[in-house]
Design a protein around this ligand. Structure first.
Ligand code: AHR
Length: 537
């Protein structure tokens, strides 16, 4: 008998003796194994990504110092306030595909004198048809100093992506010099001081290119491995432990790009096992996509389930790549960095220049819960994860256009899940009747994750059923609840969303939860994300 079946059958017997508080009989089970820690939930699992793409930087983050929009030195204040609310740990910049076309020097010096360049994304037919603006012709007003200022204001660490496709290792070394050399030491330290920061930024996270199999250079994995060695071997570190992240596999469900992961490691280690020492993490990108005829706002119940099913593929991708990495790195010193993830839809943009700036709904909220739970359940394998992207773009936490600003459903899930940050992930086992949809397809009935923080247990659960609540017995193996509070994000309509006219249409609700003991019954609302914060006896 498999472990899961064993647990299901024994706990079903235990559950039968419980007195469920709901009038419906429990047909679900959520079990938290207090004595089976999985790993620590690094705050960095809740990282973000900001690319010079559409309305992310210009109008999203940067509004300009002379703007009537409330700002801190040109940076949108409402965004900073919300990032602080989230305890946002880390932000990736400047791309994405943009990174491998970006010369960091363009974003230094007096802002008015910086060069204007053609943005990487100008090739996109929708952007090309749209009106001119900084989204098409990059003014470089927002450069390294401005990004660092944004991170400092948010209380987040910076994660920069080097240009491997069109710059050299020497350019990379000099970017590190500009960022990290001591005050008053080098010509680039003086440039940094003139830009606004005498003190070094002490950037630790450095991505070596982006999607190097595609927009980052069209490399073969072994070719990229050589570039990785060239870029990382003799970089000035100024006494810091730099963390280099290699460009890893991306995205399609059918093709997990295991060949890239294996090819990269083979190429890297061809020179010797000591090469692993330069590698902190392997990046992985995975998006789920709109299927059928719909778009971000217009979808059927089947489309809903199909997207959630796709989101769940992240779980197997993490496992597959982790296993492949273990073939070369037996002790698993190198971690996975899922530095782009989210649901990428078709959909009406909030401004034609802001590529992919559709409005997220409850469906995207559940995609967020599913992914953040997966990251918790794989805590020992991951070093960082970055939602793509922060504002006005794919899987966005915020919509911003001129003086209008709205947190999306995705923001609210991040806000709920921040309670997991810094906790110890515990083995989470769930079972519930699976949901049938489409032509012979099915999706699990309940999933989630759990973390312990001293005497507090945080449990998050997604009920994907579009219309039915799920009653489950929640069993704490090795602990007992004294009291709890519950936060639920749910809405009567699976299409519910926030936008500029209705910025508070969907918001989570928090209230005391009447639970006690080592097992209790809980009803998870339809199409919902739930967080139970439990004080342990
Ligand atoms: O996030 C949008 C794009 O998706 C990124 O620029 C690229 O890395 C990925 O393909």
């Amino acid at each position: 008998m498999k472990r899961r079946e064993f647990l299901s059958s024994t706990l079903a017997i235990a559950a039968a003796s419980l007195a469920p508080r709901s009038t419906r009989a429990a047909d679900g089970l959520v079990e938290i194994l207090m004595n089976e820690p999985v790993g620590d939930i690094a705050p960095e699992f809740h990282g973000h990504f900001t690319e010079h793409l559409g309305g992310v930087i210009y109008d999203g983050i940067w509004v300009g110092e002379n703007s009537k929009i409330p700002n801190v030195g040109g940076i949108r204040k409402a965004l900073v306030d919300r990032m602080r609310q989230l305890n946002a740990p880390v932000v990736r910049w400047a791309g994405g595909c943009f990174a491998d076309s970006y010369n960091w020097r363009d974003g230094t010096g007096p802002r008015a004198k910086r060069p204007v360049r053609t943005n990487f994304w100008t090739n996109d037919p929708d952007l090309w048809k749209a009106a001119d603006g900084p989204q098409k012709f990059e003014p470089n007003t927002f450069g390294t100093y401005e990004f660092m200022r944004f991170c400092q204001l948010c209380g987040a660490k910076p994660y920069l992506a080097a240009n491997v496709r069109s710059l050299t290792p020497n350019d990379f070394d000099e970017w590190v010099d500009y960022c990290n050399s001591p005050a008053g030491s080098t010509t680039l330290a003086a440039t940094r001081a003139a830009d606004g920061s005498k003190e070094p930024f002490n950037v630790v996270y450095w991505g070596i290119g982006n999607e190097s199999w595609g927009c980052g250079g069209d490399f073969k994995p072994e070719e990229y491995a050589t570039e990785f060695r060239r870029f990382t071997a003799w970089v000035p570190d100024y006494g810091l432990k730099l963390r280099f992240i290699a460009s890893g596999p991306g995205t399609a469900v059918q093709d997990a790009q295991i060949a890239w992961t294996r090819g990269f490691f083979e190429g890297l280690l061809a020179k010797g096992p000591e090469e692993l020492a330069h590698l902190y993490g392997l990046s992985m990108h995975y998006y789920c996509w709109t299927t059928g005829k719909g778009d971000s706002l217009d979808y059927t119940v089947d489309d809903w389930y199909q997207l959630l099913w796709q989101a769940d593929v992240m779980d197997s991708l993490v496992n597959k790549h982790w296993l492949a990495m273990g073939e070369f790195d037996k002790e698993h010193k190198v971690k996975l960095v899922v530095d782009e993830w989210g649901a990428w839809h078709r959909g009406p943009a909030i401004d034609p220049r802001y590529l992919f700036s559709y409005v997220p709904t409850m469906r995207d909220a559940l995609v967020t819960g599913i992914n953040l739970d997966i990251f918790n359940r794989h805590a020992e394998k991951l070093a960082m994860c970055n939602d793509a992207q922060l504002v006005n773009c794919i899987h966005t936490l915020f919509l911003a256009r001129e003086d209008r600003f709205a947190p999306t459903t995705i923001f609210h899930v991040f806000d709920m899940y921040k309670s997991h940050q810094g906790g110890r992930s515990l083995r989470f086992v769930s079972s519930a009747p699976s949901i049938s949809y489409g032509a012979g397809k099915s999706l699990w009935g309940l999933e989630g994750s759990a973390s312990v923080h001293g005497k507090t247990l945080v449990v998050t659960v997604v009920n994907p059923h579009a219309s039915e609540p799920r009653v489950a017995d929640v069993v704490l193996r090795g602990a007992s609840a004294r009291s709890a509070q519950v936060t639920v994000l749910a809405a009567p309509d699976i299409h519910a969303h926030n936008d500029f006219d209705h910025p508070q249409a969907v918001e989570p609700k928090t209230e005391p939860a009447n639970v006690a003991g080592s097992s209790f019954s809980w009803t998870f609302k339809p199409a919902s994300v739930t967080k139970l914060e439990i004080d342990l006896a």
